[in-house]
Design a protein around this ligand. Structure first.
Ligand code: ADP
Length: 486
């Protein structure tokens, strides 16, 4: 990997605490694998509770200075960080493909997408406004100021090793918070490279700390039990999110949670079918199906079901599985063998209950971590695929007959992150859009995410929003001043 980088010093294998690269006291390290070929690409410091505490204390000390840095200066530092990330886009993309597996074009896209959050919050740092409110009596005035919540603990997943970090760290820093980040152990290198670029941008020591390690439970317990940490922001599974909320309750921390999804794509008979096929394809197979807003269930109206299946399957047959660094690959591996086993068992469950395989249906011989792009038809709601997040390249296509049935099926889940619909009927867009119990609804569009929109879910998909003007609020406290005796 080192030889593939223009700037090999971006490849860091130690934690980053208080502006210093930190190894484990006992010298312990863990291996990072390239999921496409199964090769070890790095040995990273395996830090634990002691180092987490050290990082929390550094963040507390740094907070005193950082919170009073003028917004304009915080903005300039973030802007510089954004520029450095883009200057090193290619190296960061190569690091990402090596540790995560996604195809290089998608990695380049994610670096630009991740950087866009830093740019956005560099701008928003200058727009944290207070308020002057009407009074209840003539001799008093009521004011509101916004202040940073304090030290933030962030825990992020492996599926977007860059963007899931920047959409937390950038608003935190813009608001005046300091942060301790624990990235996923599968993808620590992207996180550490971001920290190195932040350091070069001049972000002060202790403001952005990265604790890398394999004992997520212990690091998470340290972050959630600390009375110094005032907020936990997490992206990952609903099970771990619930646990972190429970642990955070003891010190009444604020929490922001981006959890699992079970996104439906509703395709009505009046849809532009070509656009629906392309939209569903992108929504399902990006990152080999490993995103929380991936189409999990494709719901198609009965009158166009056969036509959709045949066009969609034809497009799916064009994917080229392979190592993400090869420019001919259009889909990479899954993150682990366990992921392949999980997807296999979901497909087997559906097939054993009568689902038919249109294409794919099993692991691929490209390597231990690959699963074939798959389309399944004739599904019913008692199959596990109707309820569980797939996190792999499997598209189950369900059939519905009426609008009401489609909405009921779409909402029949504890999740509520993203939903999509294809229709040309404007009345239906409003009816269905308002009835869908989701935080985000894509209408005739599935590429819905950007730094300028509020990303987040309802129900058990989480709380809080990332990106847009709403994304800063999660890192700010409202303080009311009552001025009397005027
Ligand atoms: P995924 O299925 O995407 O791996 P997880 O929720 O298991 O989802 O992981 C997301 C992040 O949460 C990772 O950084 C992981 O290390 C971390 N994590 C997993 N278990 C715990 C836990 N008990 N406490 C704190 N963090 C955890």
């Amino acid at each position: 990997l080192e030889q593939k980088l223009n700037d090999p010093s971006l490849l860091k294998q130690a934690g980053f605490i208080n502006g210093q690269w930190v190894n484990a006291k006992d010298g312990k390290t863990f291996e990072v694998f390239n999921p496409a070929v199964g090769e070890v690409i790095a040995n990273v410091a395996d830090l634990g509770t002691k180092e987490t505490l050290q990082a929390i204390e550094a963040a507390q000390v740094a907070f005193d200075d950082w919170k009073v840095v003028p917004a304009k200066q915080r903005s300039s530092l973030l802007r510089r960080w954004f520029e450095l990330v883009l200057d090193h886009q290619e190296d960061l993309a190569v690091i990402m493909t090596f540790e995560q597996g996604k195809v290089i074009a998608e990695s380049r896209g994610e670096i630009a997408y991740g950087a866009s959050y830093i740019e956005w919050f560099a701008e928003e740092a200058k727009r944290i406004y207070g308020d002057v409110l009407p009074s209840t009596s003539a001799d008093r005035r009521s004011l509101v100021i916004k202040q940073p919540v304090g030290v933030v603990g962030a825990i992020t997943p492996w599926n977007f090793p860059n963007a899931m970090i920047t959409r937390k760290v950038a608003p935190a820093l813009a608001a005046g918070c300091t942060i301790v980040l624990k990235p996923a152990a599968e993808t620590p290198l992207s996180a550490l490279a971001l920290a190195e670029l932040g350091r070069r941008a001049g972000i002060p020591a202790g403001v952005f700390n990265v604790v890398v390690g394999t004992d997520a439970k212990a690091i998470g317990a340290e972050l959630t039990s600390s009375s110094i940490v005032k907020k936990i922001t997490f992206t990952g599974s609903t099970a771990v999110g619930k646990l972190l909320m429970e642990q955070s309750a003891k010190t009444v921390k604020k929490t922001s949670m981006e959890l699992g999804g079970n996104a439906p794509v509703l395709i009505f008979e009046d849809a532009d079918l070509d656009k629906a096929v392309e939209g569903a394809l992108v929504a399902k197979f990006r990152n080999a199906g490993q995103t929380c807003i991936c189409a999990n269930r494709i719901l198609v109206q009965d009158s166009i079901y056969e036509e959709f299946i045949s066009r969609f399957t034809a497009r799916v047959s064009e994917f080229v599985l392979g190592d993400g660094v090869s420019s001919t690959s259009t889909m990479g591996p899954l993150i682990s063998r366990k992921a392949v086993a999980g997807v296999t068992s979901l497909v087997d469950d559906a097939v054993s209950q009568g689902a038919k395989i249109c294409i794919g249906g099993s692991a691929s011989n490209n390597g231990d971590h690959f699963f074939q792009p798959t389309v399944l038809r004739d599904l019913n709601t008692s199959m596990r695929l109707a309820k569980e997040e797939v996190f792999g390249p499997v598209a189950p296509v369900f059939m519905f007959s009426s609008e009401k049935e489609a909405v009921d099926m779409a909402n029949d889940t504890e999740f509520g992150l993203a939903a999509y619909m294809y229709t040309k009927d404007h009345s239906r867009i409003w009816r269905v859009g308002e009835a869908l119990e989701y935080g985000m609804v894509g209408i005739n569009e599935t590429a819905i995410s950007s730094e300028m929109i509020p990303f987040g879910g309802v129900k058990e998909s989480g709380q809080g929003r990332e990106g847009s003007k709403y994304g800063l609020e999660d890192y700010l406290e409202v303080k009311y001043f009552c001025l009397g005796d005027i």
